[in-house]
Design a protein around this ligand. Sequence first.
Ligand code: AMP
Ligand code: MG
Length: 275
Amino acid sequence: MAQKKPDCERYRVPVGGSFRLSTIDTDDDQDLDRDEARKRLSLNHEQMQEYQQRLYAEGRQSLLLVLQAMDTGGKDSTIRKVAGVLNPQGCHVTGFKAPTDEELAHDFLWRVHDHVPRRGQIGIFNRSHYEDVLVVRVHKLVTPDLIERHYGHINDFERLLVDHGVRVVKIMLHISKEYQLKRLRRRLERPDKHWKFNPGDLEERKRWDEYMESFEIALNRCSTDHAPWYVVPAEKRWFRDMLVSEILVKALTDMDPRYPKPEFDLTRYTPQSIS
Ligand code: AMP
Ligand code: MG
């Protein structure tokens, strides 16, 4: 049987504001075969490695992957499984926790801007400036008026990055509330996962609906042509990993980084002529 191709465009949030999270089945796998998906992931890994090298050699553009999810949504393991194959010299992962006093003394993008990948590099954000329209909105940490302005600030910020050669790809790893409970229970069942259990997550869980509402607003207002959002079903982890790699390969293919032309005279320097 011919292998079915995964379709990632199905999960791209359209520009314009009518997207509903409920239209994405968090357990979806497009009826793909798990082993085939694994093979596809490793092919994608090879492509990512090749593109990363070209990106580095070219030194003109960079790729930023923004990952957001509810607690237990799988951000850490996605980064490990998808980006673990990249050359660490050309890839930088940044996690964003609750802001420090110093960070709070600045605008919300101040701490983020510094971690945007330089030309030639791949950057991954484990949480991001979107926390300022998610947790900050749910907990009303700033005034509603300011939250309202944040969406525009984010779109302008991402436009700025794109104008300066940064490809911005944003992925929400989408899970259900029931699945989260399973994952939280698992953290308690397994001694090697206890360190990941944070009683505070139970408090956030009570606000699930408010988080979903905040995600939906952010996705609708900030999925743009220049910096699209994808909502990836994240409960089947083999499907999630393959799909995220698929989205990255697609972005890199589109960026089409090229090895630079040699700046020396190729007729003068040949493998035989040097010693
Ligand atoms: P974790 O990713 O599990 O280590 O948790 C990081 C925590 O930092 C999460 O609870 C986030 O909601 C929180 N956090 C990240 N950014 C912000 C922010 N801008 N304001 C408030 N809390 C934040
Ligand atoms: Mg956590």
